[in-house]
Design a protein around this ligand. Structure first.
Ligand code: FEO
Length: 398
């Protein structure tokens, strides 16, 4: 099992999950990694573990550096099972002198594993521990994205071990940002942010501000998923800054589901109207686009236009699922509109408008409903609505 020395005497010893395709509703179509880091010092320290079924991989990698029994400390930056699932077996094998975690981490470790005999030691923001030649400074990052989350910072190496923040779900044989295609890397980072951290954008903004104020020097960010940032630290920090401030592009999405292609024809007409205004548009059919990919596209789109036929007095189920998921992520600052075909009752547009209002979208249009099948006049109305949305996007995004 190959390990990677990311800094002198600091090793990536995590696991690569090439087969994962679903992460509680997030489509991980390129797998993921569970990163763990081993620091060789007077107190040999393991930062985070891996998903339970990958514990063998973790132990093999550690063993290629040192006998796992020689590990003194374990740091649990985050209790979610993808990083702590193997903790019981690792603690049993290592018998660590101490397991460091945040105060909420202590509670969550108890609630997950029900082991009062583990040598937990609570650390808080600003607290430092010595490993011998180097120190570790902790920073609690509550709700980024769990109450227990924290960062570990190694000042001597200017290394930030950042738990879920700055991660990506992407299984690769490479470990560093400069060894992979940068546009694909940033796309995975954006998908990760939008699906997992978007909801916590105010926390991200505060955290970035605190990091700036602290004068913390960072030349490497080692997240718990995906590639390690060493050449593009500034780029990912700046991307998080923009995403957390809901910075948008001159871009719109037309997202739809359709029964007999009437709503699909409306979607294309709305998109034509948006394009006519010189605004970039993506037309996303929910039958072939996973909701987590729609969310990723929504991150920097200024306008979101949703279309659904009416089915049994409601919207189509894939649209309902998307909007439920999106509402939970609290996307901010969007222009919204709705459309859809119907047969006799036609509630879908009204229901979509209701969800957009809950999400605090700016909804200036009542929406367009067309009975059964659109003809030229109805499609023209859709093009015109698209044009007004395009104009609104241009007015909002310089
Ligand atoms: Fe990667 Fe919140 O666990």
């Amino acid at each position: 099992m190959q390990v990677t020395e990311i800094k002198k005497d600091i090793y990536w010893v995590g696991a690569v999950d090439w087969s994962l395709r679903d992460f509680h509703g997030y489509s991980t179509y390129k797998g993921t990694t569970y990163n763990a880091y081993l620091v060789m010092d007077e107190k040999i320290t393991l930062f985070d573990t891996v998903k339970k079924d990958k514990r063998g991989e973790l132990l093999h990698r550690i063993s290629s550096v040192i006998d796992p029994a020689r590990i003194d400390y374990i740091v649990v930056n985050h209790v979610e099972m993808d990083h702590s699932g193997s903790l019981p077996e690792i603690i049993e094998r290592v018998k660590p002198e101490k397991v460091f975690c945040s105060s909420m981490g202590q509670k969550n470790i108890h609630d997950h594993f029900h082991r009062k005999d583990w040598p937990l030691e609570v650390v808080g923001t600003g607290q430092e521990i010595s490993l011998g030649r180097r120190t570790v400074k902790f920073m609690e990052t509550r709700m980024l994205h769990w109450p227990d989350s924290m960062f570990s910072y190694l000042p001597a190496e200017k290394l930030l071990i950042s738990s879920d923040a700055f991660g990506q779900h992407w299984a690769t044989s490479e470990r560093f940002d400069d060894e992979v295609d940068v546009s694909e890397l940033m796309a995975h980072a954006a998908k990760y942010y939008s699906n997992i951290l978007w909801l916590y954008s105010p926390v991200v903004r505060k955290l970035l501000e605190n990091v700036r104020k602290s004068g913390m020097e960072i030349d490497m960010i080692a997240p718990d998923h995906g590639l390690i940032w060493r050449s593009r630290v500034g780029d990912i920090l700046s991307a998080y800054d923009g995403w957390s401030q809901h910075r948008a592009a001159r871009k719109a999405l037309v997202v739809f589901d359709t029964m007999w292609q009437s709503t699909e024809r409306m979607a294309k007409a709305v998109a034509d109207g948006i394009v006519r205004e010189g605004v970039s548009v993506k037309v996303l059919d929910l039958k072939v686009n996973h909701r987590s990919d729609v969310i990723a596209e929504a991150l920097d789109a200024k306008a979101l236009v949703f279309g659904s036929s009416t089915l049994n007095n409601g919207m189509l189920p894939r649209m309902a699922a998307l909007l439920t998921y999106m509402k939970g992520l609290k996307p901010g600052g969007k222009i919204g509109a709705a459309f859809g075909s119907y047969g006799w009752s036609g509630e879908a547009v009204k229901l979509i408008n209701g969800v957009m209002e809950e999400m605090k979208f700016e909804v200036a249009e009542p929406g367009i409903r067309i009975k059964y099948v659109p003809e030229h006049a109805g499609l023209k109305e859709c093009v015109e609505m698209g044009g007004r949305i395009g104009q609104a996007v241009k007015a909002a995004v310089a």
